[in-house]
Design a protein around this ligand. Structure first.
Ligand code: SF4
Length: 330
């Protein structure tokens, strides 16, 4: 087998590297960060079974323990170019095949100024909520235990204003998961989830949604928050409309959690442009999303994982494995 590079040590990249290495194939795995799987390690628990995120990340990282996998940490890939003979040059090194698995980043909530992120201390992103959950300590702007918490869905997704018309696919179930975790930590808090539609499409997701209502008393309000403002005592006042009741709604909450969507990472945008495989919204495009979802329109260049579209951890792992098989067959 020829020389292979994988760019991005996320779930898809690691699984692809491990699958290739198991077939005695040497792989150079480039990772921008200091260590792999930051997007998993910054979570507390994973949906739908509340598996501990770090434990899952450790098990996945253990797959790198193979002498045929050469991990290059802190290695940003600035240049990925075709060499002219069907091979690819990654930061000056020539490879026969390259797999891009550069993943996603979360939407920057500052872009939705009307929701007050970065202005009011009671407004947080779902990532910050994960951090509080990981630490097992949820506090409001004054450092007290919050008594009312509202989650807002679809921040930076399904939104004409930000230009992201797609659904990020994972934030509905993440909000339900976080709301349950909050309930476990603060049994007497009031917890609301404001949603446009609930998209509980995966296995056991619908059951989790039912559980959230029936066992954990989470209240679901169909309606979008149009504006959030601060109060003198550090709380957040939100204006919304209950679209089922057809009533405008104003409530004050201790914490507002913005469920931020997924966008292509900087690396994904950059490499998709350099290699002329730009898909929608800056994601990378495969040759055919139905039947050839790991090859690209260029020989020797492959894509896998959330660099193509929002994807669960399981889907990214499976897609990485699929890309490795595709790569070996050529
Ligand atoms: S998964 Fe849910 S919260 Fe996320 S963008 Fe889709 S509908 Fe909105």
């Amino acid at each position: 087998m020829n020389k292979i590079a994988i760019i991005g040590a996320g779930p898809a990249g690691i699984e692809a590297a491990a699958t290739l290495a198991a077939q005695q194939i040497e792989v150079d795995l480039y990772e921008q960060g200091e260590r792999p799987l930051c997007n998993i390690r910054d979570k507390a628990f994973l949906f739908p079974n509340f598996a501990e995120a770090r434990e899952v990340a450790d098990r996945l990282t253990a797959k790198l323990d193979n002498p045929r996998i050469h991990l290059h940490a802190n290695s940003d890939v600035d240049h990925l170019t075709e060499s002219g003979d069907g091979r690819w040059i990654v930061n000056g090194e020539t490879y026969d095949r390259v797999l891009i698995t550069t993943g996603y980043r979360t939407f920057d909530a500052h872009r939705k100024e009307e929701l007050g992120y970065g202005i009011y201390r009671g407004v947080h992103t779902s990532l910050e909520m994960e951090q509080m959950l990981r630490e097992g300590k949820i506090v409001n702007a004054n450092g007290d235990v919050p008594q009312r918490i509202a989650f807002l869905q679809c921040v930076g997704s399904r939104d004409e204003k930000t230009g992201n018309l797609y659904c990020s696919k994972l934030c509905c179930v993440t909000a339900v998961k976080q709301a349950i975790e909050v309930r476990k930590l603060i049994p007497d808090a009031e917890i609301f989830i404001f949603y446009m539609d609930l998209r509980m499409w995966g296995q056991h997701y619908e059951e989790l949604y039912r559980q959230a209502q029936q066992e954990y008393g989470i209240r679901f309000v169909r309606g979008r928050i149009s504006e959030a403002g601060g109060t003198y005592d550090g709380r957040v006042q939100i204006k919304s409309e209950d679209t089922l009741m057809g009533l405008p709604l104003k409530i004050t909450t201790d914490l507002l959690v913005l469920m931020v969507g997924m966008e292509p990472s900087e690396g994904t945008r950059k490499l998709a442009e350099q290699c002329r495989i730009c898909g929608d919204y800056g994601f990378a495009a495969s040759a055919d999303p139905h039947l050839d979802d790991n090859r690209t329109t260029h020989r020797g260049l492959y894509v896998a994982g959330a660099c193509k579209r929002p994807m669960t951890l399981t889907d990214a792992v499976n897609d990485g494995r699929s890309a490795a098989v595709c790569l070996m067959g050529e």
